[in-house]
Design a protein around this ligand. Sequence first.
Ligand code: NI
Length: 177
Amino acid sequence: MASKEVLRMGDARLLRIAEEVKEFNTAELHQLLKDMRDTMHAMNGVGLAAPQIGVNLRVVIFEVAGNPRYPEAEAVPQTVLINPRITPLKKKMEEDWEGCLSVPGLRGIVPRYINIRYQGFDEYGNVIDRTVSDFHARVVQHECDHLDGILYPMRMRDLRKLGYTDVLFPGQDIADD
Ligand code: NI
């Protein structure tokens, strides 16, 4: 395991605009993705962006399959998404709870587009082009925001809906990161 330290809110490195990946299928890129997977799995995250481990590149990963932090969540395929572009397909947004490994112990209500198309590349340079909705769409929007220095509290419309997980959901066995 090569689990890395996840930067936490307040670290200026989380506020940078990440750079595009220029070369695919390199040893460096594969090593970065291994570090990101190990880190995400060690922390039971549903997604992770390279800037969260201090690497300023437009690379995100996500995967939802029986995650203990989100037991009710629909499955999202294990995905590597590089140089992503998101296009909202409808104006409609939906508010729901989010957490972030860079904002441990908290949850907040965040508005996100319900229907999006996302495009980008996998680690070999193969094109990814998907139309998704609901939780899958939320995860992608959250992770890609990290590439533009945006953490979910910056998207919130009502900071009264930000709180500690164990206070918001007492008695529920939700991991506190
Ligand atoms: Ni996050």
